[in-house]
Design a protein around this ligand. Sequence first.
Ligand code: G16
Ligand code: MG
Length: 217
Amino acid sequence: NKKAFIFDLDGVIVDTAKYHYLAWQKIANELNIDFTLEHNELLKGVSRVRSLDIILELGKVEASQEDKDKWLFQKNEDYLSYLVDMNESEILQGVFPVLKFLKEKGQPIALGSASKNARPILEKTGILSYFDAIVDGNDVTNAKPDPEVFLIAAKLLNINPEDAIVFEDSVAGVQAANIGKMTSIGIGSATVLHEAKYIFNNFTEIDTNFIEDLIKE
Ligand code: G16
Ligand code: MG
C-alpha cells in the first residue's frame, strides 16, 4: 500500500521560524511596530507578502507598494543571511528517523511548504534526496488554508488526496489538509492544532507502529 507522506517545512522539519522572526523584527523595529513572539504565531505557514501585511496591520501602518517591496526584499535578504550557516543539526528531533523509515518502506515523500526558500534549506540540511516531490511557495497561487500546495504534491506522487498524510505545525496548514480530504497530523500544541486528526508535540513522539498503521489504513 502506498500513501503520500507530505511534510510542511518550517516548524515541522526545521525551526526556521526563529529566523523569520528575527528578520521581521528588524523591519518592525524600523517602523516602530511592536512585534512580539506571540504576534509571530500569526505568521506561521503564511506567505511572505501576507506576513508583511499582518505586521503593518498590527502597527496600523499604511504603505505604498514601493515601500512594501523594499521591506519584503530586506526581510528576505536578512532571512537568507541566517540560512548561510545552516546544517543537518537544525533538523528537528525525530524527523530524520521517520524519513528514513518511510524510505525503507518505499513510501512516496513530498514537501509542501509556503516558503520560496525551501530548496536551499533542504540542500543545506542534507535531506533533499529524501523527497520525491517538492512543492513550495514558487509553485502555488493559493496560500494555505487552500489545499493547493498539498494537492499538487499528491498529484506529483501519483497518489489520491484521500491517501495523503500531511504533517503540519500551523493552523492554516492543518485546515488545508482537511479541506483537501487528507489525513492531517498536527505537530505542536493540541490546543492550537485541535482540528488535526492526530496531534503530537514533536516527531520524537511518533513511533514506527503509528506510521505502519497509517500505511495500512
Ligand atoms: C514558511 C513559514 C512562514 C513564511 C513562509 C514564506 O512556511 O511558516 O512563516 O512566511 O514560509 O517563507 P519565505 O519568505 O521563505 O518564502 P511553511 O509552509 O514551510 O511552514
Ligand atoms: Mg509550518
